[in-house]
Design a protein around this ligand. Structure first.
Ligand code: CO
Length: 290
């Protein structure tokens, strides 16, 4: 029998407010993926929303910590963060910019607010690597805001394309063929509508930055999403949404699931617990990175 992909609109399947967690140097983050309520949205292992005010806590940041076996994606909405790592890379990530770091075999890095004033806010997403590439060389793809294409759809809709290709053919600068992630930042004027295809084999979620997003359709039980909410989407082939009276800004992220076993502890994500323990031992002996 032929397997056919039935068309269908993707709607919120799980809406989750997240859980407060303390990370780094005492920073409160809101964790949306990577908690008991929602352990992963394969291939996405973790999603943190952070907002740091350096004036209130001068030491607030993420001092040196290890990663192995996956990728960290930092998208900054406000402020500046200085990144320093074990491979000798040092850079400043600014508002609207993205840092897509493939930890692979290992990276030890710090992420600290660059200035002593002003809010530093953004999101960090962890994207898994397949077993075949967990110990690949570390790699960085860092792009300033002006290097990221913005697709204009009339006067009411813009899409900043960080990774992947939109339905209208705009391709973002980040490349990752292993999971084919799409990372899109939509900005809709009041009442504006969007129809966006999403690969049917991808898992997808929405994070609302502000405004309200409605899901027109036959299912009247689907509630609009408000500011700062997060929703895992159902399966289907397209997203059909429209903004409320205040417009809507939201991230639409999707990726191809790896369907592998996951063993994780802190910043180490492998396939088995013994691989996690080996990574922890490497970190203790100072040989995780490089
Ligand atoms: Co990190």
């Amino acid at each position: 029998m032929l397997e056919r992909v039935m068309p269908g609109y993707r709607i919120p399947r799980t809406v989750f407010a997240g859980r407060a967690e303390t990370e780094g140097d005492g920073i409160e983050v809101r964790r949306l993926i990577g908690v008991p309520e929602l352990d992963m949205v394969d291939p996405f292992l973790l999603l943190d929303v952070f907002s740091v005010n350096p004036q209130e806590d001068r030491s607030a940041g993420f001092p040196p910590h290890p990663h192995r076996g996956f990728e960290t994606v930092t998208y900054l909405l406000t402020g500046e963060v200085r990144h320093i790592d074990s491979a000798g890379h040092e850079s400043v990530l600014r508002a609207g910019g993205v840092q897509w770091m493939t930890a692979g075999r290992g990276v030890v890095h710090s992420e600290m607010p660059e200035s002593k004033t002003g809010l530093v806010a953004g999101l960090q997403l962890w994207v898994n690597l397949p077993k075949s590439h967990k110990l690949t060389d570390a790699n960085y793809q860092a792009f300033d805001s002006h290097e990221i294409p913005v697709e204009e759809r009339g006067s009411q809709v813009t899409v900043k394309v960080i990774a992947g290709t939109t339905g209208r053919g705009t391709t973002g600068p980040v490349r990752q063929p292993l999971t084919e992630p799409r990372y899109l930042d939509f900005d809709l004027g009041a009442g504006a509508a969007v129809l966006e295809p999403i690969p049917s084999d991808h898992n997808a979620f929405i994070y609302m930055i502000n405004g309200t997003l409605e899901f027109p359709g036959d299912d009247l039980s689907v509630q609009p999403l408000g500011g700062e909410t997060f929703a895992v989407l159902s399966h289907g082939t397209e997203l059909r949404v429209s903004a409320g009276a205040d417009g809507a800004r939201f991230l639409l992220v999707s990726g191809r699931p790896l369907r592998e076993t996951v063993a994780r502890s802190g910043g180490i994500v492998m396939n088995t617990l013994s691989e996690v323990h080996a990574a922890q031992e490497d970190f203790r002996r100072g040989r995780l990175a490089g």
